[in-house]
Design a protein around this ligand. Structure first.
Ligand SMILES: O=C(O)CCC(=O)C(=O)O
Length: 189
């Protein structure tokens, strides 16, 4: 088991980043991949543009054309026990996860540099199917400070604190099909 972010030294990566290997077992991973692959996944839409990754949002989705959150289908029953385990691991109150995003990255597909929308607070992500380089960067004068987390299949990461508010993240094109389930809590209104 690896935990990052507890003792943030210069090599430790962004403060507020936590990570654990083997959050789910191999059998559960296969079941979750089957569940996600069976969803009506749509290419990620941002305004007039379309990303190559395919997604399904639950609870809320961000409408890039209207630049606001919109309600989405409720979080499916098969996700709820997992969401509760994720909340317990993160020390969050049960029911804090209000948005779930299921994503499929085919080989050669990644996600560009971004920070998640400010409506969301903590961001947790379960990796399934294959590993990825989960990259972080933040401005430091005229340079970028960088960190890469090798996110293994079946692992879980959490971005809180500076990892969430100051650092951007991205995933370069993956080598083999990867799925992820992102769990997001909401900022207090
Ligand atoms: O696939 C992942 O683990 C990250 C997804 C992500 O950063 C996003 O959808 O904003």
């Amino acid at each position: 088991m690896t935990q990052l972010g507890l003792f943030a030294g210069p090599q430790a990566g962004p403060a507020g980043l936590r990570y654990i290997d083997d959050f789910v077992e191999a059998a559960a991973e296969g079941d979750l991949i089957g569940r996600i692959a069976a969803l009506p996944l749509q290419r990620f839409q941002f305004g007039a543009f379309e990303g190559n990754r395919r997604v399904a949002s639950f609870g809320y989705r961000y409408d890039y054309s209207l630049q606001r959150l919109a309600e989405a289908e409720p979080i499916p029953d098969w996700v709820l026990p997992l969401a509760h385990r994720v909340e317990a691991w993160a020390g969050l109150v049960g029911g804090s996860v209000r948005q779930v995003l299921c994503t499929e990255y085919d080989a050669g597909v990644g996600i560009g540099w971004h920070r998640d929308k400010p409506h969301f607070d903590k961001i947790l992500g379960l990796s399934l199917g294959s590993s990825c380089k989960f990259r972080f960067r933040r401005r430091s004068g005229d340079k970028w400070e960088r960190h890469t987390l090798e996110a293994q299949p079946r692992s879980l990461y959490m971005m809180g604190g500076e990892a969430r508010s100051q650092w951007e993240h991205s995933i370069p094109p993956v080598e083999a099909r990867r799925y992820s389930i992102t769990f997001r809590t909401m900022k207090q209104a």
